[in-house]
Write a protein that binds this ligand. Sequence first.
Ligand code: BV8
Length: 233
Amino acid sequence: MGIKQLARWLQESGYTVVLTGAGMSTESGIPDFRSKSGWWRNIDPGTVASIEALERHYPLFHEFYSTRIKALSTIQPHQGHLILADWERHGLVRCVATQNVDGLHQAAGSENVLELHGSIRSVRCQGCDNPALMDDFLAKKPCPTCGGRLRPNVVLFGEMLPEDAWNEALANITRADLVLVIGTSLQVYPVNQLPSVTRGRIAILNAEATDMDSMFDLVIHGKAGQTLKSIDE
Ligand code: BV8
């Protein structure tokens, strides 16, 4: 029932926005964070994905991010990413606002992608903010300009979100007829506030229940790729 209803809402909606999280990338082989097989199963996010980690535990910070960056060379978008890109081309989806930093939506062909938590595909110097070479970051070299520490262009815990992406996501979701949330536990602020600002319908497609399920008009528990394929058929 849920899948048929979502397919109908997608057709009826004149303005659909998709909001994704790490669960959108697990079928491409990238672990998520908080489910049983996620990154945080035995790493405290504060010790690796925070400003404090960057400043006080650089070896751990560097290992966490360089591991994920190197893994990207073997990672491909899955059918779910490709379907969302196809829906954008057919006018069914206006934009994808994502918490993911892996670039898989863009690799699948989605054009209007808002990276709310930045990207691990580029790096900069924490000291002088200059863009830096990925090879220098992976080789743990200091910034060639100021000698500062290099870091990926992700939003670490405690950092502000990129203003343009945040404002654009807010504007799109506010005016949407349908917001489809896919593969996120909705535990990270302020992105977890976005679904509630829409005036339209909100649906969530997630492998397991979240603390926010009760606020949704439609809840589908299932795998992103498989479920999107069933809707697309
Ligand atoms: C900010 C770096 C001010 C990038 C990340 C106390 C209480 C409340 C809030 C706070 C607090 N103390 C501090 C805060 C704020 C803090 C926060 O929210 N902390 C939480 C965790 C307590 N937030 C911040 O610091 C943010 N900045 O607040 O600045 C501000 C104020 C207003 C406006 C603007 C700014 C910065 C947050 C960004 C942190 N960066 N990572 C990286 O390395 O990737 S967070 C990290 O979590 C990732 O970015 C990730 O994307 C994000 C969210 O996680 P999810 O994507 O939801 O992943 P998760 O594993 O949790 O869930 C995946 C789900 O998918 C699971 O449910 C699973 O079942 C499901 N799934 C798995 N496979 C599939 C599937 N579903 C379907 N199909 C599948 N195949």
